[in-house]
Design a protein around this ligand. Structure first.
Ligand SMILES: Cc1cc2nc3c(=O)[nH]c(=O)nc-3n(C[C@H](O)[C@H](O)[C@H](O)COP(=O)(O)OP(=O)(O)OC[C@H]3O[C@@H](n4cnc5c(N)ncnc54)[C@H](O)[C@@H]3O)c2cc1C
Length: 227
């Protein structure tokens, strides 16, 4: 899987800080008056106070290649985001191109069965197209494992939320892998804005999952100690 941050709001932290500062000023904040210290202070204060809407002023766009349709199906459930995905109506998928989960990859016999099934599926797909079935109908035989490409735009607030769910060790491995790659890249361009981003347990100080990965104490244990 290839994940690349291809664009983002110029000076995202300054933009967010200027938006927050404006809320408490007579006029809109001058973006150039924002020095690093001021930006840091404002971003941290708004984050801890819960004034998270100011983060919506910074947007980030990612290009993702080599991801499965199973994964993008989970991804596009995040509604506060914009997506543009490779069309299986307009793009003929030609030769077999799919994601193999590591659990399958590791077992020789299972991998062979998996690969044979993929070959059969693609053979059928190609045969349908050859027999005059339009790509948009032939694609009905294609699997969840089929690789796809997608461009994603999310604002910083939605990214925080997305990371909180999808960077969790309990999240499905492929979307977690993608989320972690996205997180790494936004941290590079906006380190203060995303300094507390990551799985929910990082913000909560405990694990809210039913089955914990063990990284953080369980919610019930933390609450018990607090009594
Ligand atoms: C571990 C895990 C397991 C999952 N398992 C399943 C499953 O088995 N089946 C399944 O169908 N889905 C499953 N999902 C997907 C999940 O139900 C959500 O669709 C997905 O996580 C997107 O979350 P969201 O709707 O909160 O966020 P987004 O769509 O990103 O929205 C962000 C926030 O905006 C607000 N919001 C957005 N739209 C509305 C609205 N219409 N009304 C009110 N508030 C809104 C909410 O506060 C929401 O949390 C799973 C997700 C996870 C992380």
């Amino acid at each position: 899987m290839k994940v690349k941050l291809i664009n983002y709001t110029p000076e995202p932290e300054k933009t967010v800080a200027a938006a927050a500062y404006t809320c408490h000023s007579k006029e809109c904040a001058e973006i150039d008056e924002m020095n690093d210290e001021k930006i840091r202070k404002i971003i941290r204060a708004t984050r801890s106070s819960g004034h998270h809407s100011v983060m919506e002023h910074a947007g980030f766009t990612f290009a993702v290649d080599g991801i499965s349709r199973a994964c993008t199906h989970q991804l596009v459930r995040h509604r506060i985001a914009s997506f543009s995905q490779q069309s299986q109506r307009y793009v003929n998928l030609g030769e077999p191109d799919y994601v193999i989960p590591e659990t399958v990859e590791k077992k020789n016999e299972t991998r062979k069965t998996f690969e044979k099934t993929m070959k059969d599926v693609w053979d059928t797909y190609k045969r349908l197209v050859k027999n005059g079935i339009p790509d948009e109908d032939a694609r009905y035989v294609l699997p969840n494992a089929a690789k796809t490409s997608i461009v994603i735009t999310m604002n910083a607030r939605e990214l925080y939320y997305f990371f909180s769910l999808r960077c969790c060790n309990r999240a499905q491995w492929e979307i977690r892998d993608m989320a972690n790659k996205m997180l790494k890249q936004v941290k590079r361009v906006a380190p203060v804005l995303f300094e507390e981003a990551g799985p929910r347990c990082k913000q909560l100080g405990y694990c809210p999952e039913m089955e914990s990965c063990g990284l953080m104490p369980r919610k019930k244990d933390v609450l018990k100690e607090g009594k």
